[in-house]
Design a protein around this ligand. Sequence first.
Ligand code: NAD
Ligand code: WQD
Length: 340
Amino acid sequence: MAKILVTGGTGYIGSHTAVELHNAGYEVVIVDNLSNSNIKILTQLHAITGKWFDFHEIDLQDDKAVQEFAEKNTDIDGIIHFAASKAVGESVEQPLKYYRNNFYGLINLLTSFNRKINFVFSSSCTVYGQPESLPVTEAAPVQKAESPYGNTKQIAEEILAETAAVTPDLNVIALRYFNPVGAHETALIGELPNGVPANLVPFITQSAIGKRGPITVYGNDYDTPDGSAIRDYIHVVDLAKAHVAAIKLLETGNPNGNYDVFNIGTGKGSSVLEIIAAFEKVNNEKLDYKIGPRRAGDIVQIYGDVQKSNKQLGWKASLDINEMMRSAWEWEKYIKANPF
Ligand code: NAD
Ligand code: WQD
């Protein structure tokens, strides 16, 4: 049973990935500093899997702690590196927080695990900006980042590619996620946004439950069929499974070499208004929304070409926007009834 270190494993995507790794027969070790997650997630993971995951409260910025952890855990075969700061708006306000956390964590891990290791990195479709043609393939040019957060993802990919080029023992896959939404089918884990959600789906669920006021649709005058902006929403459980597929490809040896990049989306775009309509229909809930101005920095539309991940990772998204909206709503109701 291979042992996988999940950094940021009590976070939103990391917790779902811990479950899927366990289901696939892996031993999971979690490292998190709980800066954006709750220790109670471990109890939730136990309720889902029957397993208490090995957990270490470590700040990846602490180079000595990471070094000590790596020296004690020589049996780790792979790392899935989720731990990072991820709020786009906050990164504009506090760029150094983002450059410090997202780079030091990555560099400390790579330095301390300087041995044979498989490494999966959380990148983002944000690296494409507004692509010239859609669906966007992995070969599309990376565009100047709109935010320090986006810049950390672009530069982290470069750090990994350059390090892999001179480190044959380091086998890397960067996954460029599109828009992760939804929650586990048990409704025991899901996204726990800090403060007022900037992202669409958590705002929808919090508005529906009465925690927030009306939803603002940021623009209905885009050049899209209904005028609202289009994204490739991906169910977090499908996304979690993509990480298991990436680890498996690294284990068998990636014919493309020791650094590779994959889009992880459904390949289908949905507009803001379509998301709202799907939520209302599948949950039989009326949403209170109004049309507002466009949000600064937003692109018009993006959706991924997922042929490479379908073929080479042998992975395909299977859950549709109805299931995304259903599970997101079940989770919101669960967390209201059972606050952490
Ligand atoms: P999250 O905030 O829920 O999870 C990240 C976890 O990392 C948190 O539990 C946090 O406490 C931990 N963490 C942060 N800094 C740390 C540090 N220095 N040491 C130890 N732990 C630390 O975020 P998420 O949505 O699960 O995102 C996971 C990864 O995926 C991030 O790298 C993010 O940038 C990337 N990503 C997210 C999205 C998205 O929309 N959610 C999209 C694309 C990429
Ligand atoms: C989706 C759509 C909004 C809120 C962000 C990051 C990206 C990635 C995923 C990490 C847009 C519209 C939103 C609202 C709205 N994260 N919207 N009303 O901006 O596509 O991507 O998260 O890597 O880097 O930038 O996601 O959920 O904020 O917005 O109309 O209250 O919903 O304008 O069209 P986004 P989002």
